[in-house]
Design a binder for this molecule. Structure first.
Ligand SMILES: [Zn+2]
Length: 44
């Protein structure tokens, strides 16, 4: 699971399968939702 850092929506991997972009707010900043040490995934 991934989480948009902008609108806090949870995204499935299918949502960002082709593009790392939030379908809700079009933000390109999405984080993997893991309890410990969240990794930022920034797309240009
Ligand atoms: Zn978003």
């Amino acid at each position: 699971m991934y989480k948009c850092l902008d609108c806090q929506h949870e995204l499935t991997q299918k949502d960002i399968e082709k593009r790392i972009i939030c379908p809700y707010c079009s933000s390109r900043i999405v984080a993997k939702s893991r309890p410990s040490q969240p990794k930022l995934v920034k797309a240009r």
